[in-house]
Write a protein that binds this ligand. Structure first.
Ligand code: ZN
Length: 78
């Protein structure tokens, strides 16, 4: 039997952190707390998903600063 499967990834923005200076482009822009989520798909339907990366995302230059799971939790609560 023929089974079409694969994975897909997308960025999910969790909350805005307000205006911060980006360490990469040095612009003061509204940065946000984001997660990269991956999902396994069968016939393009997501079957199960998991979080691969946690980061602070800069919409100006597209740079992401990686965070650990505990750092991420702290920032989400604050
Ligand atoms: Zn930037």
């Amino acid at each position: 039997m023929f089974i079409l499967y694969g994975t897909r990834r997308k960025i999910k923005i969790d909350r805005s952190l307000g205006n911060r200076v980006c360490p990469n482009c040095h612009h003061t822009v509204e940065q946000s707390l984001a997660r990269e989520k991956a999902a396994a798909t069968i016939f393009f339907i997501p079957v199960f998903g998991w979080t691969t990366k946690r980061m602070i995302y800069c919409p100006c230059c597209g740079t992401a600063k990686m965070l650990s799971r505990s750092e991420y939790k702290e920032m989400k609560k604050a």
